[in-house]
Design a protein around this ligand. Sequence first.
Ligand code: ATP
Length: 530
Amino acid sequence: MFSFMEMLKSLTPFFTAAVVIVLSPFVRERIPVEVSNYLVSTFKRWLARFCTPHVTVVIEEKGELKSNQIYEAAQAHLHTLISDSRKPKRFKVSKEDRQTASVIDIMKDVDVIDYFREIKLKWKLRTEKGEFPYSPTKKYFELSFDKVYEMDVLDSYLQDIVDRYERIRKEEQVVKIYTCKEKLRAHHYYEQERDRNVNWSYVNLDHSATFDKLAMNPEKKEMLKDDLDRFRRGKALYKKVGKSWKRGYLLYGPPGTGKSSLIAAMANYLKFNIYDLNLSAVLSNEDLRSILLSTTDRSILVIEDVDCCTKFYDKEKKEYTFTQSGLLNIMDGLWSSCGDERIIVFTTNHKDRLDAALLRPGRMDVHVHMSYCTMDGFKILASNYLNIEADHQLYRQIEGLLENVEVTPAEITDELLKSGGTDVVLGGLVKFLELRTLQKAKVAELKELLKSDDNTDVDVEEFVKFLKEEKRKNANAAEAERLLKIDNTYVDVDFDGEGLVKLFKQKKLEDAKAAEAAKVNIQKNHKNHN
Ligand SMILES: Nc1ncnc2c1ncn2[C@@H]1O[C@H](COP(=O)(O)OP(=O)(O)OP(=O)(O)O)[C@@H](O)[C@H]1O
């Protein structure tokens, strides 16, 4: 059909003649009425092309805050168009390291021609510098066509492109992770005028994390999946009860227990994109507002380490304020009013440092504790990394060791990734766990030693402080400080606790002597002065 129309178009001059013939009553009476009508309408359209002006539709990359869906759809359409068949006169070719094939893309200011039914459409990518020095460059498409087809283009052609894009996006299996490209500008000269367009950049979430692969309590895992399922299906329910279609999760636990992996698993499960928000890039409440408004539906907004980085610029006080409750108030107001089908995830390594307001029931819908590795979790990791599905002779020993030490799944995976066969790797893991058990005992021993010493009432933290001070002063203590990292409960097995205590006592003695000498000196000076 399409090639037939094209053929007809190339025969336009003949149509002119044909219509002239058709218009003459003599010929009209002698040809079928359908043929006569067709020739007349074709002639009219052909005539219109010369008599009616072209129109140009501008499709900007971004609306006031959000990205423009038609722009995204047009970009995808043109990409397919020029990759498939209609190469323009100039186009770009590139290939990144991890891409398997080269990518063809359109260049700015170069015409790309497309056809829809019998309509010829001309696309052009344009750019325009922002109004202010810090404003990002604006991108937009110009789409030109004959004015007679205005309705066809707006109602059918563009709608078709958007529908197709939406369909592909839904079917697409790739989840994207967006990060804020750069700090939002806070230059005070441009405070009023600065362009609040948020610059997100994304990569495909190349993360094979799925719930199956997560080392985590099986019941907790099922509970979470059910919760996500209910959320996904809950549109009608949320509407009925008058709640915005959103859900908040607080993930807490020590580093390396899988908080980020769980977020990736949730995103892969729901096929939601992730927006990873670095709060240190947020300078004011307005910035946060712009960021929230620039995220899309069906997404997960992640705020990691929420205990450390909640800072806001208070315009009235003209200073930065660091509050979690400030963040929450904004979240309550803004978050609840923007978009649908959204999830927000806060993570923290220190739940105890969180503002009580954040922990209040109803604030975060689900609290998930990510814990140190248990035997259940270990079996999942062993199945992923070593393909062990059944039992192993070392499992009993490993289970006993895991009950006694706190080891993160991240530490276990590091061990499981070491080279060697299954027995060698599991043997290495047993050694690692035994070492940790020994270290734990040493630390406990050291703590006891310090507590039981009548001459000193220092606690371990104070002892660490002392070692740090010593590090500055002499190399021996620097070595001791390297060996003793109480914070991470890491102590070298050869570490001589008693030796350090001796060192500590000696230091105390030296300090006391120095203090006594200073006192004597002051008294001497006082006497001399008198
Ligand atoms: N529960 C887990 N299940 C499976 N793998 C895990 C788990 N926890 C950690 N890992 C492994 O350790 C790596 C680091 O873990 P991850 O970044 O998810 O931990 P985290 O709790 O987010 O740490 P942080 O608080 O430092 O961000 C992961 O890429 C994964 O390989």
